[in-house]
Design a protein around this ligand. Structure first.
Ligand SMILES: NC(=O)c1ccc[n+]([C@@H]2O[C@H](COP(=O)([O-])OP(=O)(O)OC[C@H]3O[C@@H](n4cnc5c(N)ncnc54)[C@H](OP(=O)(O)O)[C@@H]3O)[C@@H](O)[C@H]2O)c1
Length: 307
């Protein structure tokens, strides 16, 4: 039951045809050979009939014994047969040639179709990889876009500063600012930069000013527009816009995320944060903090994403 299966030799259609043609050719040659032998025997017989058996001794076409004419005639027939086998039917006849031609054409067409299919496949792969690259670039752009983040603490009335100073002291807000911006580029207006006693550690400061000769400590990047500030931060996947009022106003149009600390009170101020348009921004996170010994005001950490 589980013995070896008997294998029968497989011959494909083309091979079978070749064998059939070879057989036909052998038969043709065989017939010619038989014809030749018959011709030789026939010649002997005709000579014997005419000269030995003396059949029709007076019949002399062209003035010669008739066996000569008979042999010459037969010789012509044999030559014609020979021609038929080796010259006229050398390539198995016209029908065979036509068949072969048609088969060759069909084979070539088949090949062309396969090549075409290959090209289509390659084109599809290429198109897919191009589409993949486009998608990749788009998602990279999106990631980059999502990285430009405004970070701000604003009162209920959007107050953010007074006399070039912050209005409140909220230690958890400062901690959050430090942890979010740590290791990143922080983009700011000249006035905000000057409100710091010294540059903040472990951050790359990018300061925007119209003053061409503005001097700043080593490591601080000075630029003359918000676009240049973003360009200077392009190595950073998440640069932060940290204020003040003028820079927030300009950055609202291009930022994709806002990390807002909303202080739940109204304050007198000279600098304000722009209104957050609910049609443009979607609230993504909201954490409330009560007043305590370290915090004189209630506040919430809010995250907004551009819709
Ligand atoms: N609550 C918060 O989260 C927060 C955060 C940051 C700051 N603040 C407060 O905000 C206040 C400061 O804000 P602010 O609006 O007065 O000043 P700012 O935005 O910090 O800086 C304004 C300065 O930036 C430069 N500038 C602005 N736009 C520019 C542009 N398009 N091209 C070139 N330079 C440009 C100018 O510098 P030049 O004059 O040198 O040309 C301009 O005077 C302070 O009270 C600070 O405490 C609050």
């Amino acid at each position: 039951m589980f013995g070896k299966k008997k294998t029968t030799p497989q011959i494909d259609k083309d091979q079978l045809e070749l064998i059939e043609n070879a057989q036909k050719r052998i038969k043709q040659k065989k017939r010619l050979y038989v014809h030749f032998v018959l011709f030789l025997i026939g010649c002997v017989f005709l000579i014997v009939a005419n000269t030995v058996l003396n059949i029709a001794p007076d019949f002399k076409p062209f003035g010669k014994e008739w066996f000569l004419s008979a042999i010459i005639l037969w010789l012509f027939i044999f030559i014609y047969h020979f021609f038929n086998v080796f010259i006229t039917h050398k390539f198995m006849g016209k029908t065979w040639e036509k068949d072969q031609l048609e088969k060759l054409v069909a084979k070539q067409q088949n090949r062309i179709e396969k090549l075409k299919a290959g090209f289509v496949k390659e084109e599809t792969v290429l198109a897919k990889s191009e589409a993949y690259n486009i998608t990749k670039t788009e998602s990279q752009n999106t990631a980059k876009k999502l990285g430009l983040t405004i970070i701000v603490a604003a009162a209920e009335n959007d107050a953010i500063g007074l006399g070039n100073k912050l209005i409140w002291h909220l230690s958890d807000d400062l901690k959050r600012f430090k942890s979010l911006t740590n290791g990143h580029h922080i983009i700011m207006g000249r006035k905000t930069f000057e409100s710091f006693p010294k540059p903040l550690p472990n951050r790359t400061h990018v300061v925007i000013t119209r003053q061409k000769d503005y001097k700043a400590p080593d490591g601080v990047i000075i630029v003359h527009s918000l676009e240049d500030a973003i360009d200077a931060s392009k190595s950073d996947s998440q640069p932060f816009i940290i204020g003040g009022g003028q820079i927030y106003k300009q950055a609202m149009a291009i930022a994709d995320k806002i990390e807002l600390t909303r202080v739940h009170e109204n304050f007198d101020a000279d600098t304000y944060f722009p209104k957050i348009d609910a049609a443009i921004w979607k609230e993504a996170a909201n954490t409330f903090h009560k007043k305590d010994e370290n915090h004189n005001h209630e506040f919430s950490f809010l995250t907004y994403i551009r819709k």
